[in-house]
Design a protein around this ligand. Sequence first.
Ligand SMILES: Nc1ncnc2c1ncn2[C@@H]1O[C@H](COP(=O)(O)OP(=O)(O)O)[C@@H](O)[C@H]1O
Ligand SMILES: [Mg+2]
Length: 280
Amino acid sequence: MAAELNPLQNHQQHSTTGYDERLIDRVKELFPVTATWPDEAIVENIRYFKEAAEHMRGYCCNIHPLDPRHTYKAPTERPGEFEVVQCPKAWETGVKEAIAEANLPKRFLRLKLSDLDGEEVRKLFDYVNGFEALKREGKGLLLAGKVGVGKTQKIVSLAIELINRYLTQVKFFTCQQFLDLHKAAMKDGFAKMKLEEDAYKCELAIIDDIGANRFSEYDQAAFGSFINERYNEMLPVILSTNLSKADLTELVGERVVSRITEMCERIVLDGPDRRTRRGE
Ligand SMILES: Nc1ncnc2c1ncn2[C@@H]1O[C@H](COP(=O)(O)OP(=O)(O)O)[C@@H](O)[C@H]1O
Ligand SMILES: [Mg+2]
């Protein structure tokens, strides 16, 4: 069985070229860019071809399962020259794990950002394209709009795009989940760790649906300390709310809104309630 794992593995050294002729043919078949490579250049670099074949077939993940960013050397058209490329299978595995760990609500996983319509989608793509620089500045987004305009859908599709593109560590909470976790963290060490590691320290925190419920004084303090901490550490947040700026200020307080305004580009979503339009 093991010999079948790598198509180049079971070819042994041979007399004339030092290698089985079939091995060279097999390399040329697997790596069409080597069509003009002389046989000796292939033989000299055979260990790179064996490694690359493993990555291309996805078997490398049995060898390096822990690093989604690992790379391998792929042949170029220039004989004897290789270039470093990202292993596709490892990236794909990392993406699946990152999506599973982001706590994104299942209903919204079906639509990609490119499936969505509307002027705002272009702004979301701008955010994705500029994410690496924006992240360093701690810049996020605030999506504002009435119930049913597609805020949660857009946030989730955006998160998936960021994960696919950069393997971003995203953590999604509804505002209620976030506040509940804050309360649980007072008595429960595991919840405390989760709150700190996930909400406070993750690369990108999402809090969806601010304003769906009233805030107690405690909730206001909890949300304020979260925003303050991420602001100080220059860590981005993506927020959504159905409230106007004035109502948001009343809910979370002026100091917090002032920080949010500095950290987040406000994108206003308009349009009909997609749920009632479809009769949900
Ligand atoms: N651009 C879109 N194309 C198709 N369906 C969408 C789109 N945006 C939202 N939806 C669907 O419309 C419904 C309401 O969207 P949602 O994101 O929950 O709105 P909000 O969070 O603003 O209340 C959901 O079922 C969602 O999947
Ligand atoms: Mg929503």
